[in-house]
Ligand binder design. Structure first.
Ligand SMILES: [Zn+2]
Length: 407
């Protein structure tokens, strides 16, 4: 039967509501599920019974804190309903993590990446063998993995898991679906790294502040510059985007960027740009592929001791970031900006330039300076963003593909 009955669609939608509430709030009692989902008690009973029978969720008893009275019965996702592999691609390593359906980390390792001219073919082989290694270590069957969630810096195709442009591979596209589909049944998801950071921060804010949370931007500083924006739509939902901020124009005919264009924000604020400015290398010099953090640390130490060119390099980077952010708040609205990534260790040197760059715009002069805050744990945020997104995709898939029936 190709068309699903409307009753079936309602049941699916309600099942997703229940699973989402359990994801967001952790194990919940019957009445709490009803409160969070606004579903009737009878509907919650029917849905939880179905999900329990299909071995998607399970019940556990929690003794009241006083030790007296009847224990509370809590529902939660079953750990063994399925598995997720998270792959985080960064400039110098690839991190693989295995996570169960309840969101618990089971295994994790890193594999280094060489900085030689990175061939997409070699990289594809490395990803295949990394996934092979994590599944062998776990002794799980390949089909137990329901999703593989991959992230990278760069531009991601809006529909398919294709990396369109990245600082590592340039314009050499990487189609993860094509690379993995012959070996894996799992759904392949690809996300921009700073979009995942923004999504994780947005969810934290929403949990804390409820519907009064309107918008937030995450700015990632490092070898490249990333931006993610979460904002509330007129329907009260949250829209998350990762505009190509690092490669937005900062100065016409300006410094040469890694992307091949001139004058991008990154050509002033990326690690290579700070290095270039500090050593007074002409701005049309082809950028270094990778700059060790230790090199930047040396420049920062000199800047903190008052060295003129080193201070100028950070100030120039701050100004480029501030000018870029001023355009963001002019186009959107004033919103808090969470600064994250390895570049936050130089925030003391960047801050004045960022504020000055922001303050030059009419939007900031009229509406005031947006709140700037440093959120240092970028790696945790990336992982949190992966889990939020991939586990909710798995929840949807389990419910809409017809839940597995108990044996
Ligand atoms: Zn560029």
């Amino acid at each position: 039967m190709l068309t699903k009955s409307s009753a079936e669609l309602v049941r699916q939608r309600n099942s997703v509501l229940v699973l989402t509430a359990l994801r967001r709030h952790g194990p919940l009692a019957h009445t709490e599920i009803s409160d969070f989902t606004k579903l009737s008690s009878a509907t919650v009973s029917a849905i939880t019974a179905d999900l329990e029978k299909a071995e998607v969720i399970e019940k556990s008893e929690q003794q009241a804190a006083s030790g007296r009275g009847r224990p509370r019965v809590l529902f939660r996702q079953r750990r063994d309903c399925g598995y997720l592999i998270v792959v985080v691609i960064s400039s110098d390593a690839v991190q693989y993590s295995l996570v169960d359906y309840a969101g618990k980390l089971i295994d994790r390792f890193h594999e280094g990446r060489s900085h030689d001219p990175a061939g997409a073919g070699l990289f594809a082989a490395a990803i295949r063998s990394g996934l092979e290694r994590i599944i062998e270590r776990s002794r799980l069957a390949r089909d137990d993995v329901l999703a593989i969630s991959i992230s990278s810096k760069g531009i991601v195709d809006p529909v398919d898991p294709i990396l369109v442009w990245s600082p590592i591979f340039g314009g050499e596209q990487i189609d993860f679906g094509a690379i993995l589909r012959s070996e894996w049944q799992a759904k392949i998801i690809l996300g921009n790294e700073t979009l995942l950071v923004a999504a994780a921060l947005g969810l934290r804010e929403e949990k804390e502040r409820g519907p009064s949370f309107r918008a937030l931007a995450a700015l990632s500083l490092g070898h490249s510059i990333g931006l993610g924006v979460v904002h509330q739509t007129s329907q009260g939902e949250y829209d998350i985007t990762a505009p190509n901020f690092g490669h937005m124009l900062h100065v016409a005919n300006g410094g040469l960027c890694r992307c091949g264009t001139r004058g991008c924000i990154e050509a002033y604020a990326g690690f290579y740009a700070i290095l270039r400015a500090a050593f007074e290398v002409p701005p049309d010099t082809i950028p270094a592929k990778f700059v060790p953090v230790a090199e930047l640390d040396k420049i920062a130490a000199q800047a903190r001791q008052g060295n003129r060119m080193s201070s100028f390099a950070f100030r120039q980077a701050g100004l480029a970031l501030g000018n870029g952010l001023s355009r963001l708040v002019s186009l959107h609205e004033r919103m808090p900006i969470a600064v994250t990534g390895p570049g936050t260790r130089y925030y003391d040197l960047l801050r004045q330039g960022i504020e000055e760059g922001l303050g030059q715009s009419s939007a900031v002069r009229m509406n005031g300076m947006p709140e700037l805050r440093v959120v240092a744990d970028e790696q945790n945020l990336v992982f949190e963003g992966h889990l939020n997104r991939a586990l909710s995709v798995i929840d949807q898939d389990i419910v809409t593909s017809g839940m597995p029936l108990p044996a």
